[in-house]
Design a protein around this ligand. Structure first.
Ligand SMILES: Nc1ncnc2c1ncn2[C@@H]1O[C@H](COP(=O)(O)OP(=O)(O)OP(=O)(O)O)[C@@H](O)[C@H]1O
Ligand SMILES: [Mg+2]
Length: 604
């Protein structure tokens, strides 16, 4: 999933079709039936020129057999009606199969993304992932409902026409062979150019999408920095590139179609020029219209021949885009998650909550060590706080315990068991995580706290909210617990979001609580609430926390001070104050700032 391919295809067609077949297999009956229907429809359609020929031949001299002509006309009407019915049924069958396949693919892709590691997801812009699940699967639908069958239809029609022509008149049919190389040559070259043009369009489109989704997420910042014009210019430039590449693609199409039209006219001209003379002579001299009938049939055959030829190039083009889309989809599906369960993992029923880091080394990017030889031990029920400058590795430590990332060296143990040996969902179910930036889903407050866990009752939610003090603001909302939460919870303040995340964690009954406190400013009233509920939560079980206000962590059993990924001090609040090291300095700064702040407040 790491590589982003907009331009190049790396899988061979064979490989791709093999993979696609896995999705197609449950619907194979639909496709076979559709193909049979296509063959029937094409066969039926191709009989119409012959019926024209028969009817014309009947008009010899004055002995017109009206009955036969009417019979031919009647047959034609039947052929048209039956063909239309067949086409309807075939389209319905294919649509059903195509939609079924794409439904499965969309589910599969989403599921796969859900189980990918955070590292892998971070590597791909969200805009691109959205495109994978929606646009690319839609293109895939086209492959099944449109491209493959139409290609088959075109090829069958072209071959059918050639056979019918030769069966009808070998002499006239061989004139067709003159024009064939020109058509093949032109289609071949067109295909090459069209493929290039298509890749360019894809590339520019995906750049535009990525920049769009980033811009939409960051609109607040854009406006805050008055960067609208600059971002607009950048967008305009990308948009312009996209427009140009589309124009180029359209130009190719615009050349191909008229060119084929000229070929069509030339073929008609050749056939009528060489075949017309003898047919006319026959008709004038003997009154026999057979030759004219054959010419008429050829006129219709040529028409039926060039129809699919004109579409063939477009279909090949669509085939390319559908294959490129399916490759991008398989690129996701074929990339296993970097965080996965080994075969011999164990399920944890209960844990005591003992945590140990043994000489842990970790780097997000190779050799750029973010944690260097970190070791610490947390007893069950203890509260441990991490302190340190920004970027010192606090969040990283918390992420490693729940295996958002795997460490490179050392060991992390829960109750004495290496976390790599514990089943991932069983490991994570024991932890309640409150992250640095709280994420709320669109929906309502109740759903956001329950997070789809059906065993949690409303009463438990009320209780948890009361415990953490979230009920105070929820009760003031117009719809209480049913208050709508907008995307990312942007209709709540960051303090409120944090209280909701406390309640969310609590109600899931974790054995270990992980708290990464936000640095964002919170109003004093909410801050008092948060402080109070934090202190309460310290009694629930083992707790690992990052708190920026040192007053919060004074009661922690142990405080670990980090600097540039290394532990430089650890101990209780009082022990650390006595050693007069880094913690003492930090505490003094905050303490003095607070006194200063309080003095200012009082003098106001
Ligand atoms: N996903 C990532 N990919 C690469 N590097 C990262 C990633 N996340 C964090 N880092 C780097 O790891 C280091 C530690 O980051 P971390 O988030 O653990 O800091 P922190 O102590 O939590 O800081 P803060 O107090 O600002 O939250 C930083 O230098 C950061 O640049
Ligand atoms: Mg952090």
């Amino acid at each position: 999933m790491g590589k982003q391919l907009d331009n190049e295809r790396t899988m061979s067609n064979r490989e791709l079709f093999k993979k696609l077949f896995v999705f197609l297999k449950p619907f194979i009956k639909h496709f076979i039936l559709a193909l049979v229907l296509i063959l029937a429809a094409v066969g039926l359609e191709l009989t119409t020129p012959l019926l024209y020929k028969e009817a014309t031949a009947e008009m010899t001299n004055n002995t017109v057999d009206l009955g036969k002509i009417l019979a031919c006309t009647g047959l034609m009407v039947i052929v048209f009606i039956v063909t239309a019915i067949i086409q309807f049924i075939e389209a319905m069958i294919l649509q059903r199969a195509g939609q079924g396949i794409v439904y499965n693919v969309r589910n599969e892709v989403f599921r796969h993304i859900e189980y990918s590691s955070i590292e892998q997801i971070n590597q791909i812009p969200i805009g691109k992932l959205v495109t994978r699940v929606t646009n690319d699967t839609a293109t895939l639908n086209m492959l099944f409902t449109d491209v493959i069958v139409n290609l088959v239809r075109s090829v069958v029609t072209i071959i059918g026409v050639i056979i019918f022509m030769f069966a009808c008149d070998v002499g006239l049919a061989s004139y067709m062979l003159i024009i064939m190389p020109v058509i093949l040559f032109a289609t071949f070259f067109f295909d090459i150019f069209a493929r290039k043009a298509y890749r360019k369009v894809r590339h520019n489109l995906s750049h535009l999408n990525a920049s769009l989704s980033e811009n939409l997420s960051g609109m607040k910042i854009t406006q805050a920095f008055n960067a609208e014009e600059k971002q607009y210019r950048e967008f305009k430039e990308r948009n312009n590139k996209l427009k140009k590449s589309y124009s180029h693609q359209i130009l190719l199409m615009a050349i191909y179609r008229p060119f084929m039209y000229v070929c069509y006219a030339a073929t008609l001209f050749i056939v009528f020029w060489f075949g017309g003379k003898s047919a006319l002579e026959l008709a004038i001299n003997t009154g026999d219209l057979t030759g004219i009938g054959t010419l008429l049939a050829f006129y219709l055959f040529i028409d039926k021949f060039f129809g699919p030829i004109q579409e063939l190039a477009e279909q090949l083009n669509t085939l390319q885009s559908a294959l490129a889309s399916s490759e991008r989809i398989f690129e996701i599906l074929d990339t296993p998650s970097t965080i996965y369960d080994e075969d011999d993992v164990i399920e944890l029923e209960e844990i005591k909550g003992e945590i140990e880091f043994k000489n842990v080394w970790f780097a997000y990017e190779e050799d750029n060590w973010v944690l260097k030889d970190v070791s610490f031990h947390v007893n069950p029920g203890e509260v441990v706080a991490f302190v340190g400058a920004t970027g010192s590795g606090k969040t990283t430590i918390l992420q490693l315990i729940v295996r958002n990332y795997d460490i490179q060296k050392g060991q992390i143990l829960i109750d004495g068991i290496d976390i790599k040996r514990i089943k991932l969902d069983s490991l994570r179910s024991k932890f309640g995580q409150m992250l640095q930036d709280v994420f709320l889903f669109s929906g309502n407050i109740m759903d956001n706290i329950k997070m789809h866990e059906e065993s949690i009752t409303d009463a438990q939610v009320y209780q948890a909210c009361e415990y953490v003090g979230a009920n105070q603001f929820i009760q003031k909302l117009e719809n209480g617990y049913n208050e709508i939460v907008r995307e990312r919870g942007n209709n709540f303040s960051s303090g409120q979001r944090q209280l909701l995340s406390f309640a969310r964690t609590l109600v899931h009954d974790p054995k270990v609580i992980i708290l990464d406190e936000a640095t964002a400013n919170i109003d004093t009233e909410t801050e008092v609430l948060i402080q109070a509920s934090l202190e309460k939560m310290m009694n629930i079980g083992t707790m690992l926390m990052v708190a920026h206000r040192l007053s919060t962590i004074q009661h922690a059993d142990k405080i670990i001070v980090l600097s540039k990924g290394e532990i430089i001090e650890s101990g209780s609040h009082h022990e650390l104050l006595q050693t007069k090291g880094q913690y003492y300095k930090l505490y003094k700064i905050q303490y003095e700032k607070n006194i200063h702040f309080n003095e200012n407040q009082e003098s106001l």
